[in-house]
Design a protein around this ligand. Structure first.
Ligand SMILES: [Zn+2]
Length: 162
């Protein structure tokens, strides 16, 4: 858990898009949201003509949002229909480059592997969207490039390639 990690003091945040938990961003965009468990909700899926709520929403322990439409809509279709992007499903500031760099604290393998797992999920969601017939847009390409950068940063921090 990284709850004790503070934001860098000098960071500037855009007032138009205040930092918010991904789950809040998603829930406030959905219709007919019903809480079914402490970390689970059901809502009408925005990506198809949903009469009864068939979208299941779950907040994972690390704050990312998992979406599952029982009619088969992909996560990317759902976030697009909400006017959000896949990146909005993930907590944004955890691996901020402006934060304490890997050189400033002992290397934490668990943290790094969690980061890589997170980036792999992002990549899978993007591939899933493309597989579902969506075009690979500039945002997705940027996000994949960022995933690659973060994974290679983790490798660097772990001592680089041998
Ligand atoms: Zn759907």
């Amino acid at each position: 858990m990284q709850t004790q990690k503070n934001r860098p003091a000098g960071a500037v945040y855009d007032n138009a898009r205040p930092y918010d938990k991904p789950i809040n961003k998603v829930l406030q965009s959905l219709d007919s949201v019903k809480k079914t468990a402490p970390d689970r909700w059901m809502a009408k899926c925005p990506a198809h003509n949903d009469r009864r709520p068939s979208l299941s929403i779950r907040e994972a322990e690390d704050g990312k949002v998992l979406l599952k439409c029982w009619s088969g809509c992909g996560a990317a279709e759902i976030v697009n229909a909400l006017g959000l992007s896949l990146a909005d499903l993930f907590p944004g500031d955890r691996y901020s480059v402006t934060n304490t760099g890997p050189m400033r604290r002992p290397f934490d393998y668990r943290d790094a592997l969690q980061g890589i797992a997170h980036e792999a999920t992002v990549a899978r969601l993007i591939v899933e969207a493309v597989n579902a017939g969506q075009e690979m847009n500039a945002d997705s390409l940027d996000r994949l490039a960022l995933a690659e950068e973060r994974i290679s940063d983790a490798l660097q921090a772990a001592g680089g390639v041998q």
